[in-house]
Write a new protein. Structure first.
Lengths: 470, 517
């Protein structure tokens, strides 16, 4: 990363805490607007609870619709936090520093959005308590532990807990700064409680760093298991063409990483525009994330290709008929085309050019396209397969979402945006302590006429090398 | 007009000086050239002769096998050997390509160690060619990646269809080998120029002069080399994945009716990465601890690759479990038969051993810091992974080729000839499944309950000779190549001088590494 603004600790504190300690003009209208959408969504949900699931477009044989496609989409987005933060932290990629916090927080809110979508989908969300407190001990009615629908909330719940812990551990030093800078007594008290008495002693730093690394390593298997289990919601169902495929686990993961990392790039552009973080998120950062996206998108496309190849390879007529449905008739054919074009055909060739990779606007545009495409991908996995499910013609049916479903799904997007805005009002969106560490580690090397950025190598402790040489 | 100083341009940023003096570079070149020009120890030549003789015996076994064996089912171990060599030697260069793209400095002293393995592709080509004769054409009614294409028209089109598997596996394997060798050549060019300019007169100087192609180290040439290596590396990786896709399909899946595992090509390619990392790790252990490069291949390299090997071992489990889970959970008879064939049937002991060697041992040892941060630990784990990878290839290929033999018999019993008449639109009609006129469909139906062998096929003495001979052949070729090509990438080591410095950080001395891109 050649592009860099060297700032003092004080400048970092001032800039990154500015929007927390003062109120930007745009903040309240934005929050009110998003809150209105959320309230509308919840009202639609209330209407659905009152009138029953008949107000949705769900009907035989398509019992999974917008809600489930949206659930898979948000689970996918949530993978970005861990992908960016844990993997880049473990691989010591310097460019991670300004973007990890936003990615981690997006994980939390998108997981929350994902979790409440199936609750809406079941129509009577209060029944979730029956899972925790089975209502009839005498008849032995328990959740079926052999079903992926039980594994799924367990996996997502574990991921939510692990991600929350991860965010808190990484937030502690910044909370201490906020405690010291807050002027209001109540907020000072709240931050003091949240930072758990962090004063920056050597031992505290060591514990915080070790906890961060351990959580990074521990959360990775959880990150992999979550979407694998989500994919098994589909893949273990033997009677539905198009779903029963061994590749579904890894295919869902790589799709999730594709949409999630794209969402982080989108968030980076928004952070520069809305919060004025251009001193921290430079064109070099967009370049780095775009190069990562080229690899991810190409891998995803290969998995997509394999999924199709093996569907054809079966030479089984129902499977082939399903594929023809997915790419042929209205509206599936055009939607399929939009999905492929937006998730791969437009973005990846654009990312090949350095000029485009370094442009926040182009990255914002292309990553929005990716997420449109990836939402459609989930939609095209869920609906056409269910439409083809039965061999009995009287059971054939189609699906179109009702206004209620559209409102509720829109609510999830507003919910995540609102959550991010509220978080950014209370906590710094760029990890201050991580930026300070990066500033201290940074050096420059002159090679001929060029200046090259250099950093202190975070390698093995020195005693390992001493042991090696003796 | 006032000129901008360094401080104006980069305010407040500390500047460090690296030791890139002519003396330092010359000292490094001299050290490496000294080792390179050394004719090798007596022990080196003794070991080379042993491997060379074993290779010769293996070649005799090879000719015996291809002229004396009639039944394709007997080629299981042979196919496993081919796949094992493909997995390890073709996967090894990824250790140079991946970290080079990611700009990881620790790769510098081991990138050549990894790249030289591309040459072993030529040995594997010898193993591969007879398999083309053994592999059946589509005439026997097997499923294929050609899907609906009808074998109609001029002579060449039906030929292309019937032998599609043969064609694209051959093309992809040859392309991969050629790409690998070109990548090695482009990478070695600056070092060859160094040898040309510094080595004493003799065959080495002549060979280096020819292959260095007038390299003088101009800016244009360095840019050219960097871009070519990037492009060739990316192409090599794509070709590697594509080749494993073809091999895993045409040499495995198409021969087992009912085995439709869309994840398996990825698993096969992943095995190549895992086997490649293990191969390089073992090679660098030998080169540094038995060979003369101890000071250049250190803990950094073992630590870097050790982490990668741990991640790849975990990925192995995940890929395997994703496939296993879907087959096991579904309880379809055809898929239960597949699991019986590959997991809990006659090859269960092999599976169990593989599971331990390729996943459990690496995972349970490499999670611990003292093992991962050592030289011996990762090297021993690499041996474990290589044994596990070989067992994996035996389990998959021997059982598959055994079943392929059974399937061929069954086909003959059913009068199984694939019909050229295969109208695509008829596929959409469910009733076709009951129509005996469509032999391919009938065959698929017949094999819903796959006949699983009751006992595992054991290797014959000839199989053992071939396996030992060709693995020795690979090592022999590598050893001979190490006399022609410097095993350590000299120019990459010299480049490191540009980016590497030591600075005082509070009370400690720390390393500062430059990242040019």
């Amino acid at each position: 990363m050649l592009e860099h603004t060297q700032l003092t600790d004080k400048e970092l504190n001032d800039e990154l805490l500015r929007d927390i300690l003062t109120m930007p003009k745009w903040w309240l209208p934005a929050v009110l607007f998003l809150a209105a959408i959320v309230i509308t969504g919840y009202s639609a949900f209330g209407y659905m609870v009152f009138n029953g699931l008949g107000v949705t477009g769900l009907n035989r044989p398509v019992f999974w619709g917008f809600f489930i496609a949206n659930f898979v989409f948000w689970i996918g987005i949530s993978h970005a936090g861990i992908m960016i933060s844990a993997i880049l932290r473990l691989t010591q990629a310097e460019w991670r520093r300004p973007i990890t916090r936003a990615a981690e927080v997006m994980t939390l809110f998108s997981l929350a959005a994902a979790l409440h979508t199936p609750l809406f989908h079941v129509g009577r969300p209060w029944r979730v308590f029956y899972w925790i407190f089975p209502y009839d001990f005498s008849r032995g009615i328990w959740p079926n532990v052999k079903s992926p629908f039980v594994w799924d909330p367990s996996a997502v719940g574990t991921y939510l807990i692990a991600s929350t812990l991860f965010v808190i551990v990484c937030l502690i030093p910044d909370l201490a700064i906020l405690r010291d800078r807050a002027k209001n007594k109540i907020t000072k008290f709240i931050y003091a409680q949240l930072c758990l008495g962090f004063r920056g002693t050597t031992r505290q730093w060591k514990l915080q760093i070790v906890a961060g690394i351990l959580l990074s390593a521990l959360v990775l298997p959880i990150f992999v298991s979550v979407h694998t289990v989500v994919s098994w919601d589909f893949a273990v169902l033997i009677g539905t063409e198009g779903w029963r495929s061994t590749i579904f686990g890894p295919y869902f993961i790589i799709g999730a990483v594709h949409s999630g990392v794209s969402a982080v790039a989108m968030l980076m552009a928004l952070s520069v525009w809305i919060y004025g973080l251009q001193n921290y998120i430079k064109p070099d950062h967009f370049d780095a994330i775009a190069r990562l996206l080229i690899v991810v998108a190409t891998t995803w496309f290969f998995f997509f290709f394999l999924e199709w190849v093996w569907a054809m390879f079966t030479l089984e007529s129902p499977e082939i008929a399903l594929r023809e449905l997915q790419v042929g008739p209205w509206p599936w054919g055009p939607l399929f085309l939009i999905f492929v074009i937006t998730s791969f055909v437009i973005p990846v060739p654009l990312w090949m050019f350095r000029r485009f990779r370094r442009s926040a606007a182009i990255m914002f545009f292309t990553t929005i396209l990716v997420n449109i495409g990836m939402w459609l991908e989930r939609f095209l996995i869920v609906i056409p397969s269910l439409m083809r499910r039965s061999h009995l013609t009287f059971d054939w049916g189609s699906y179109s979402p009702s206004l209620i479903e559209i409102l509720i799904v829109t609510e999830t997007f507003a919910f995540v945006a609102l959550g991010m805005l509220l978080f950014a009002k209370a906590f710094p969106l760029v990890p201050i302590f991580d930026m300070k560490e990066g500033m201290r580690n940074r050096h420059l090397i002159k090679v001929g006429r060029r200046v090259i950025p250099a950093t202190i190598r975070e390698g093995l402790p020195h005693h390992y090398y001493n042991k090696e040489h003796h | 007009m006032a000129t901008r100083t360094f401080d104006d341009k980069y305010p407040g940023q500390p500047f460090v000086q690296t030791d890139n003096s002519l003396e330092s570079r010359k000292e490094l070149s001299d050290k490496f050239l000294g080792i390179y020009n050394d004719t090798g120890s007596q022990r080196f030549w003794q070991i080379s002769v042993i491997f060379g003789v074993l290779f010769g015996i293996g070649l005799l076994g090879y000719f015996w096998k291809i002229f004396a064996t009639k039944d394709p089912g007997d080629f299981g171990y042979y196919a496993a050997l081919f796949s094992f060599l493909m997995t390890t030697s073709a996967g090894a260069p990824m250790v140079a390509i991946g970290p080079r793209i990611a700009n990881a400095h620790w790769r510098r002293s081991i990138s050549r160690v990894a790249e030289i393995w591309t040459l072993i592709g030529t040995v594997n080509l010898i193993v591969f060619l007879p398999l083309l004769w053994v592999m059946p054409s589509l005439d026997n009614g097997r499923r294929s990646l050609v899907f609906y294409w009808e074998a109609k028209g001029d002579w060449w089109f039906p030929f292309l269809i019937k032998f599609s598997g043969h064609i694209w596996t051959t093309v992809s394997i040859i392309t991969l080998i050629v790409l690998g060798i070109v990548l090695l050549w482009v990478s070695v060019m600056p070092d060859l120029a160094l040898i040309r300019d510094n080595a004493p007169d003799g065959w080495r100087k002549k060979w280096a002069s020819r292959l260095s192609r007038g390299w003088i180290g101009s800016s244009w040439q360095w840019n050219w080399q960097r871009h070519r290596m990037g492009t060739l590396g990316a192409l090599y990786f794509m070709m590697l994945v594509l080749t494993h896709f073809f091999i895993s399909t045409e040499f495995l899946m198409v021969h087992v009716p009912g085995w439709i595992d869309s994840l398996y090509p990825i698993t096969h390619a992943h095995n190549a990465l895992q086997g490649g990392v293990a191969t390089v790790m073992l090679t660098m252990f030998v080169v540094s601890r038995i060979g003369p490069y101890r000071h250049y291949i250190s803990l950094d390299q073992f630590h870097g690759l050790g982490k990668l090997l741990l991640a790849l071992s975990l990925l192995w489990f995940w890929f395997w479990f994703c496939s296993f889970m879907i087959f096991w959970y579904g309880k379809k008879p055809s898929e239960q038969a597949i699991l019986k064939l590959f997991v809990h049937g006659p090859y269960f002991p092999v599976f169990l051993a593989e599971f331990f060697f390729v996943f459990f041992i690496p995972w349970w040892t490499m999670v611990w810091n003292p093992v991962r941060r050592s030289v011996w630990g990762p090297a021993i784990i690499a041996i474990s992974v290589l044994i596990g990878t070989f067992l994996d290839r035996v389990r998959m290929y021997v059982s598959t080729w055994d079943v392929a033999g059974i399937s061929a018999d069954k086909l003959a019993a059913n009068g199984g000839q694939f019909s050229d008449e295969y109208p695509r639109n008829m596929m959409l009609n469910m009733t076709i499944l009951d129509d005996p006129a469509f032999d391919r469909i009938m065959i698929i139906k017949n094999f819903e309950g796959l006949p699983v062998p009751t006992s595992a096929v054991l290797p014959t003495a000839i199989d053992g000779v071939i396996i030992l001979g060709f693995v020795s052949g690979a090592v022999f070729l590598y050893m001979m190549a190490s006399r022609l090509i410097p095993v350590i990438n000299i120019w990459e080591q010299k480049e490191l001088l540009l980016y590497n410095a030591e600075v005082q950080f509070h009370r400690a001395k720390v390393k500062v590494m430059g990242k040019p891109r």
